[in-house]
Design a protein around this ligand. Structure first.
Ligand SMILES: Cc1cc2nc3c(=O)[nH]c(=O)nc-3n(C[C@H](O)[C@H](O)[C@H](O)COP(=O)(O)OP(=O)(O)OC[C@H]3O[C@@H](n4cnc5c(N)ncnc54)[C@H](O)[C@@H]3O)c2cc1C
Length: 517
């Protein structure tokens, strides 16, 4: 059994943010996540650090939260942020009247916004639709979620927090009107243990209703809104580009690292683990991309994935909307002592990745009120591990560093410039033979070949390391290839289809991975 001041359920950006904030305030924290960190919605999002522009007209409460947090996150998590800037452009397919409403909405909500000449926007982003008639500059940026979540977790661990990936909550312990922890199952070994805590914080996003139900609390209704995104193999734009229209499907392209990602759809679902990709959604997304960047459909699509939005509606207070786009993107903190008369239990859900820090602050403030801890929040000024110098990430940095020491180390992943030493260090540090864990840590296999050339090399490294047996290394390889295939098959056309055929020859024809022992 473990005991702690605070048990945090959920290892997405919000849960990791809560753990970091609580640890900074001197609380003893245990964080549990049923998979690896950031494998829920946080690891399946679009990559945008919102300026608030997207919500300036439709959802001022969400815009306000984004405006407040954009500048803070750029500073405290600088290493995770690339300052791409953002543009909202009126294409020939958009209602021209929206542009004035957009500018007015930005003024009202405080989103920094400057109108520029369309010709200037086209000089900066020459691939944009040449028919654009208005263009606005906003401080959108892209953010690397795996760097962020692991930096939060590392920071919390450095201050004593125990972070337990692959630990699923299977029961919440409640006696009368008090929650006092949970039972967790180790997903790798199947063993179970209790975590006793003075306050239990559910930061389980789209799964929050299920965790609340385990505590015997009804009406925490999270309406999951499923969306798909597609990564294209180049930065077709270097700025986040948004269509200047009411938020809808396929109207943003986010450049992140070496790719650009188009998204997203918003389809109501009743299962937060629903990762269906419909061919018509993929087609629609590519068509919409074509409207922003002519030629988009002919570019090489690498991979498609889905995420499920945690859209919260308090059914205790109203009947509930049915259209997921109508539900606010602002966050919801439920203090179950006030709401349901159940002490020691909080739920934080809704919001955006951009607002993780604010969500964590509100939550830990509420936890501290219950615990009688008066220490103030410091996460708006305390920089995360890796971001101490306040330097934001710049594209080309890794290549620059690598070129200085070209012959020092073997290159395992050419697309993402990952060396043998980094792979070995990551395997030892995480104590894992799961190549998908390494993908999230290092971006291993996230380039155009989708692991075709680097993953069998990484599996070879696993074979050579002490403590990892041949069956584990082989299973790691097979699991990785199967997992990647889920995202590759819906976008198989053109060059990527040829790449997939080559990968198939390597994995099935040469290595026969299905029958490795
Ligand atoms: C398609 C899409 C695109 C988006 N794009 C953006 C964007 O560009 N910018 C932006 O700011 N926001 C974006 N968002 C919103 C953003 O991704 C989410 O609001 C945010 O990631 C939610 O983080 P979270 O930590 O609250 O939830 P999650 O990341 O989902 O974390 C909750 C965690 O709880 C875990 N969990 C569930 N049940 C249990 C259990 N029983 N035991 C232990 N753990 C459990 C889950 O595995 C999960 O990891 C997007 C969302 C979607 C769906």
């Amino acid at each position: 059994m473990l005991s702690a001041d605070a048990l945090v359920i959920g290892g997405g950006a919000t849960g990791a943010g809560v753990a970091w904030d609580a640890a900074l305030r001197g609380l003893d924290v245990v964080l549990v996540e049923r998979g690896d960190l950031a494998t829920g919605t946080s690891g399946r999002f679009h990559g945008l650090l919102h300026s608030g522009g997207r919500y300036a007209v439709k959802d001022p409460a969400a815009a306000d939260e984004c405006v407040r947090e954009n500048g803070v996150v750029r500073d405290v998590a600088a290493d995770c942020v690339e300052d791409t800037g953002g543009l909202f452009v009126t294409t020939p397919f958009d209602d021209p009247a929206y542009a004035d409403r957009f500018a007015a909405g930005c003024r009202t909500t405080g989103v920094p916004c400057e109108e520029i000449e369309p010709a200037q926007a086209l000089r900066e982003e020459p691939r944009l639709n040449p028919g654009i008639s208005r263009a606005f500059r906003v401080p959108d940026a892209s953010i690397d979620v795996w760097k962020l979540v692991w930096a939060l977790a590392r920071g919390a661990q450095d201050r004593g927090a125990r972070v337990l990936p692959y630990h699923e909550v299977v029961a919440v312990h409640r006696s009368g009107d008090q929650v006092h922890g949970a039972r967790v199952r180790n997903a790798r070994t199947g063993t179970e243990m209790d975590v006793e805590a003075a306050v239990t914080i559910s930061a389980s996003g789209a799964w929050a209703g299920r965790i609340a139900a385990m505590a015997g609390i009804d009406g925490v209704h999270v309406m999951p809104g499923r969306g798909i995104m597609i990564a294209m193999n180049h930065r077709l734009v270097n700025t986040v580009v948004n269509r200047c229209q009411m938020p809808t499907d396929g109207d943003i392209i986010v450049p992140i690292h070496t790719v650009s990602v188009i998204g997203t759809t918003d389809v109501p679902t009743d299962d937060p683990d629903d990762h269906t990709v419909r061919p018509e959604e993929v087609d629609a997304m590519l068509e919409e991309g074509e409207r922003l960047v002519p030629g988009f459909k002919r570019a090489r699509a690498l991979r498609v994935w889905t995420g499920v939005r945690p859209l919260f509606e308090d059914r205790k207070e109203n009947g509930g909307a049915t259209d997921t786009r109508e539900v606010t993107r602002a966050h919801a903190l439920l203090d179950h002592r006030e709401r349901d008369g159940v002490a020691g239990f909080l739920t934080i859900t809704g919001g955006k990745l951009t607002t993780y820090r604010l969500m964590a602050q509100d939550t830990v403030d509420a936890a501290c009120r219950q615990l009688g801890n008066a220490r103030p929040c410091t996460t708006s000024t305390e920089r995360l591990p890796g971001s101490e110098d306040g330097e934001q990430y710049r594209i080309g940095e890794r290549l620059g560093r690598r070129e200085l020491r070209l012959s020092d180390d073997q290159l395992i992943c050419e697309c993402e410039l990952i060396t043998r030493r980094r792979v070995e260090d990551a395997i030892r540090r995480r104590g894992t033979s799961d190549l998908d864990d390494l993908r999230r840590l290092l971006r291993l296999g996230m380039g155009p070949c989708q692991g075709g050339f680097c993953i069998y090399r990484a599996a070879g490294i696993l074979h050579g390391l002490d403590g990892i047996g041949t069956p584990d290394a082989n299973a790691g390889l097979l699991d990785y290839v199967r997992e990647r295939w889920k995202g590759v098959w819906p976008v198989l056309y053109g060059d990527q289809l040829r790449q997939a055929r080559l990968d198939e020859w390597i994995f099935q024809g040469v290595l026969d991975i299905e029958h490795l022992q």
